[in-house]
Design a protein around this ligand. Sequence first.
Ligand SMILES: [Zn+2]
Length: 276
Amino acid sequence: MKKESVFMIAAICLMACSQATQVKQVTASGEVLDFNVDGLEVTWIQDNAGLRLMPVRLFPEADSALIDSLGVRDGVPSSVSTFLVRIDGKKLLFDTGLGGQSGNLLRRLDSIGVPPSQINYLFITHFHGDHIGGMLNGDTVVFPNAQVYASQPEYDAWVVNAEPGQNLQQINTMKAYESNLHLFSFGDTLPMGVIAIDAKGHTPGHTAFQCGRLLVLGDLMHGAALQMVNPQICASFDADKAATVESRQRLLKYAIDNNLIYVGMHLPPLKAEMFE
Ligand SMILES: [Zn+2]
């Protein structure tokens, strides 16, 4: 199978249930893309610059034959992605990317006329640096008007149970947002009807969010081309592999059973052709 086919596999799986989905606009940059899920306005915003390939050595369970058959020997197509959803005049942001010099979220929000002060709700899938890195600029809060939602088990793992001197980014970030921080349990319904779904494994409190027919999978997949063929394959940085596999299988089945559109923070970049 040629490498181009891998992009198509990911695209087809990503948008398997996309009949009711329409692309409204695609920017010239190709790094921001709007689509509509049953009236829900969704904007995919790529945080990283350029092409991102995940090295196959990060997927130790993937055998050579599968890697070669998919044409991903040089790396599995990936991204660092965030998602903006607009409902009832409110702006919801799912994760914040890398921040610092590497993150492009703010630049790309600016390109669509959304200053960070307009973000009303911030939903955090987990506390790795490529998801919370954009919350602070130095010590300054980037989203001053956002109510922030994170899972209690994630907060406990990184902040409450931190070893002395460890997890400083997580602790500093959550402290900076303390007055607007809301900790939820799996299964809770959050503002704007967002449902927090147990997706633990990658981290102890890793959460997927459902918003209407949109399902935000967070880091359930880092090498979608491999993991859609074989959901048992984990990335080496999935903390609890058995729990990750259980979450991945359960949520993919949930998406298919309920005709949901699923997106993820490390799925390959979205392209307009995927919606045709
Ligand atoms: Zn990540």
